[in-house]
Design a protein around this ligand. Structure first.
Ligand SMILES: [Zn+2]
Length: 85
């Protein structure tokens, strides 16, 4: 599957068909990876993507491996699910 291109920031509208919107607030978005896109940090498919435009962000510990990617004005958290590579 294609890897997400976040060189100029992440825009969900470029990948609308591949994601299911789980939750959205003014500055944060929770998405589920339906198309099997690959994580830009490690190159493996991820399960969920959390996007934050806040300057500071606190998290519950994700269940399993995760990757962080920073763009000019976003923080992206990719989770790879429990027990999966
Ligand atoms: Zn990753």
């Amino acid at each position: 599957m294609p890897q997400l291109d976040v060189t100029d920031g992440f825009d969900v509208h470029e990948y609308r068909e591949g994601f299911k919107l789980r939750k959205e607030t003014r500055e944060t978005t929770h998405l589920e990876n339906r198309a099997g896109y690959d994580c830009p940090a490690c190159g493996k498919p991820f399960e969920k993507l959390f996007v934050s435009e806040k300057r500071m962000q606190s998290f519950q510990s994700p269940p399993g491996p995760f990757c962080l990617v920073r763009t000019d004005d976003q923080l992206l958290l990719f989770t790879h699910g429990q027990g999966r590579p």
